[in-house]
Design a protein. Structure first.
Length: 206
C-alpha cells in the first residue's frame, strides 16, 4: 500500500489564478470530509474548493462548481496513477480574472496535485514481523553495532538484567535473520516473533 510520506501544502499560480493544494493522510471518509471542511473555513475567500480522495473502500471527487470533469477528476487521476490510498487532496482556487478554459483547468488542478505529491513524498507500507532477541551485556555492544549496520530494522533496545533488541523483519527474510543472528552470536542467541505490524519505506528517491 502506498500513501503520502507526510501531509502538507503546495501552491501554483497560473494566469493570476492561485491554486492552493492541501494533501493529507486520512484513515476514513469522515477524516477526509473533515479536511475538506477545514480547508473551506481556512480559505473562505476562494471561489472553489475542489477535492478528491482515495481510501481502501472508497474513491470520491468533486468539481465544486468548476466545469464538470475539469477539477476533481484530474485530481483523482493523479492519486490513482501514483497508486496512493488513505489520501485526500483539496485545491482551493482564487480566481485571477483570466479564464483558463477546460484544458487549462484540467492541467492546473492535476498539475498542482502532482507537484504536491512530489514535494511531500510517497511511502510504501509493508507488512513485517515484530521480532525480539535477548543477549547478555558481553555480546550486546557488538550485536547492536552489527544490527544497526545490517538490513534488519532495529526499533528498540531495552537494558535490564540482559539486553533486549526489538526489530521489524519482513516475513520472507525471517529465516535469513535467524541464520544471521546465529552467526553473529555463535549460536548463543535465539529470537521470538512477538507479533506483526507495518513499516513505511520511503519511495521518494526510488
Amino acid at each position: 500500500m502506498r500513501t503520502l510520506k507526510q501531509s502538507g501544502e503546495h501552491e501554483l499560480e497560473i494566469k493570476k489564478s492561485r491554486f492552493l493544494c492541501a494533501l493529507a493522510r486520512v484513515a476514513d471518509e469522515d477524516e477526509a470530509r473533515e479536511v475538506i471542511r477545514s480547508r473551506r473555513k481556512l480559505h473562505v475567500g476562494a471561489g472553489h474548493h475542489c477535492s478528491a480522495y482515495v481510501l481502501d473502500d472508497a474513491q470520491r471527487s468533486s468539481d465544486d462548481g468548476e466545469p464538470a470533469g475539469t477539477a476533481g477528476v484530474p485530481m483523482l487521476e493523479v492519486l490513482r496513477r501514483r497508486e496512493l490510498t488513505g489520501v485526500v487532496a483539496v485545491v482551493s482556487r482564487y480566481y485571477g480574472g483570466v479564464k483558463l478554459g477546460a484544458g487549462g483547468l484540467i492541467r492546473a488542478y492535476g498539475g498542482v496535485v502532482a507537484e504536491a505529491v512530489d514535494l511531500l513524498g510517497v511511502v510504501e507500507r509493508r507488512p513485517v514481523l515484530l521480532v525480539s532477541t535477548v543477549v547478555d551485556y558481553l555480546r550486546a555492544g557488538k550485536l547492536e553495532n552489527e544490527l544497526r549496520n545490517s538490513r534488519f530494522h532495529l526499533t528498540d533496545v531495552e537494558h535490564r538484567a540482559e539486553v533486549t533488541f526489538r526489530l521489524s523483519v519482513e516475513e520472507q527474510a525471517l529465516a535469513e535473520f535467524g541464520a544471521w543472528l546465529a552467526e553473529q552470536t555463535a549460536g548463543q542467541a535465539e529470537y521470538t516473533v512477538d507479533g506483526s505490524g507495518h513499516v513505511e519505506v520511503d519511495l521518494t528517491n526510488g
